[in-house]
Design a protein around this ligand. Structure first.
Ligand code: AMP
Length: 280
């Protein structure tokens, strides 16, 4: 496994191995089984697997969140080596954003709701860095997790709009046995908070069950989820949403297909999760 920092080194390797099919898995490190499921998908689809590890400062709207973000590079590299990854790119912030950097990629409508409404500038940071990752690494396939459902929608839109010559592949959300979606931020939860954090998946699964049994009113589903989260003293709701899965706009009235999603802060740690409801 090769580990490189500079854009030139990635380009050189990518060029020498240009006859192969390349898969890219973009990450911010602190790797867990959710990341590794994407790596394994890439490993089985592609000849060459490239993983980027970069904590992208411009997608953090809150400096304390950036500072608190876990960093476990040695552990990450061991996991990636064991998984048979070919190339790891670990650029520094100065490599990604040298002095004088002034460009940005903006996806318009899809970024207005949900995370976009609550984290100003977040998606501009995401699309800008992902566009750079795509341009440098030129993958045939790029892997993203459904855990970040709006991110997937926004990146697919960017790929369509800007004619990136690659296919976005989406991996299902990997969860702990008790339902908690794996997240690098889970490392920051104290034991009592870790217990409380199951409230996100409990609320989502309860709403999904209610929907399956015929509860189709959007506001009813939102209230159902809110009620479950409110019963957890360590949890503070940022938003609870029943949105159209394509437009990500909030739904009213009868729900057929929906993206149920939420952001909830447990102690100091902001967590997100979602489930998709699709009629057969
Ligand atoms: P991050 O390092 O948090 O930026 O995540 C890197 C990639 O891993 C993103 O595409 C995430 O959506 C994906 N990911 C994060 N958590 C999970 C999970 N629990 N299951 C599947 N994919 C995930």
């Amino acid at each position: 496994m090769q580990i490189v920092e500079s854009v030139q080194d990635v380009r050189k390797i990518r060029h020498v191995e240009s006859k192969f099919v390349w898969g890219l898995v973009p990450t911010m490190g602190a790797l867990h089984a959710g990341h590794m499921s994407l790596v394994n998908m890439a490993r089985s689809d592609c000849d060459r697997v490239l993983v980027s590890i970069f904590i992208n400062p411009i997608q953090f709207d809150d400096p304390t969140d950036l500072e608190a973000y876990p960093r476990t590079l040695d552990h990450d590299l061991n996991l990636l080596r064991e998984a048979g990854v070919d190339l790891v790119w670990t650029p520094t912030p100065e490599i990604m954003y040298p002095a004088g950097f002034q460009s940005s990629v903006h996806v318009n409508v899809l970024t207005r709701s949900l995370e976009g409404a609550h984290r100003p500038g977040h998606f501009d940071g995401v699309t800008t860095v992902v566009a750079k990752l795509f341009n440098v690494t030129q993958p045939h396939y790029a892997y993203f997790g459904q855990k970040d459902a709006q991110q997937v929608a926004v990146i697919k839109q960017m790929v369509r709009d800007l004619n990136f010559n690659l296919e976005v592949v989406v991996g299902e959300t990997i969860r702990e046995a008790d339902g908690l979606a794996l997240s690098s931020r889970n490392k920051n939860l104290a034991p009592a908070e870790r217990q409380a954090a199951t409230v996100l998946s409990r609320a989502l699964f309860a709403a999904r069950t209610a929907w399956t049994h015929g509860a189709r009113d959007a506001e009813h589903l939102r209230q159902h989820m809110r009620g479950i989260i409110s019963a957890e003293p360590l949890a503070r709701i940022d938003y609870v949403s029943v949105a159209d899965p394509l437009t990500l706009e909030e739904q009213q009235g009868e729900v057929r297909n929906a993206l149920l999603s939420m952001a909830v802060t447990i102690g100091e740690t902001r967590l997100i999760d979602n489930v998709m409801l699709l009629e057969q």
